[in-house]
Design a protein around this ligand. Structure first.
Ligand code: SF4
Ligand code: SF4
Ligand code: SF4
Length: 177
């Protein structure tokens, strides 16, 4: 199983419902976030296009954050999801430094936190909170090892990109463009 998220930049309206849902679902402290909205202007004048993206940890297949963690707190979980075991984290911050996407933050309690692909919900057969609340249904979640899954079909049939592919991290959040 290879869990992945596919996000349609053509459908995202930047409403931030995903950000609020994540904060509520995952008890993210005020002033911090596990997901956020990025705006990019593409093209050249006068053909400019605004691209809105809901971003989070990319659950990279080749994660520098897992490699550099001295305690093993950062690790791969089910379906390749990248996770942090709170009580094994010493808060050294090596993983924060190594992530090219700035996807991690230090929780006021000392450990490092980030998107978990809502593994507690996925275990129960639910979708991640951000995916489930999106009013435009621009986010999809599923198993890329299953060729019939919605995420596999979208990546077969649509043009897509990943963020900073040059970093060599093999991100597993894909953006339809
Ligand atoms: Fe690690 Fe950053 Fe990749 Fe997430 S996005 S797996 S924190 S390198
Ligand atoms: Fe590992 Fe925690 Fe250090 Fe990150 S801060 S590298 S998770 S021990
Ligand atoms: Fe937050 Fe869960 Fe969405 Fe990750 S998958 S951004 S933890 S709501």
């Amino acid at each position: 199983m290879r869990l992945a998220m596919v996000i349609d930049t053509k459908k995202c309206v930047g409403c931030s419902d995903c950000v609020v849902a994540c904060q509520t679902e995952n008890d993210v402290p005020i002033g911090y976030c596990r997901d956020w909205i990025t705006e990019t202007v593409n093209g050249s004048y006068p053909s400019l296009e605004l691209e809105l993206r809901s971003e989070r940890c990319n659950h990279c297949d080749n994660s520098p954050c897992v490699r550099c963690c001295p305690t093993g707190a950062s690790h791969y979980g089910t379906g390749g999801t990248v996770l942090v075991t709170k009580n094994e984290c010493i808060g050294c911050g090596a993983c924060i430094e190594s992530c090219p996407y700035d996807a991690r933050y230090q929780h006021p309690k000392g450990y490092i936190d980030k998107c978990t692909f809502c593994n507690h919900r996925v275990k129960e057969g639910l979708l991640p909170a951000c995916v489930s609340v999106c009013p435009t249904k621009c986010m999809y979640f599923g198993d890329l090892d299953n060729s019939h899954s919605e995420v596999s079909q979208l990546l077969r049939n649509r043009k897509y990109k990943t963020l900073a592919p040059e970093a060599g991290t093999k991100p597993q959040v894909y953006y339809l463009i």
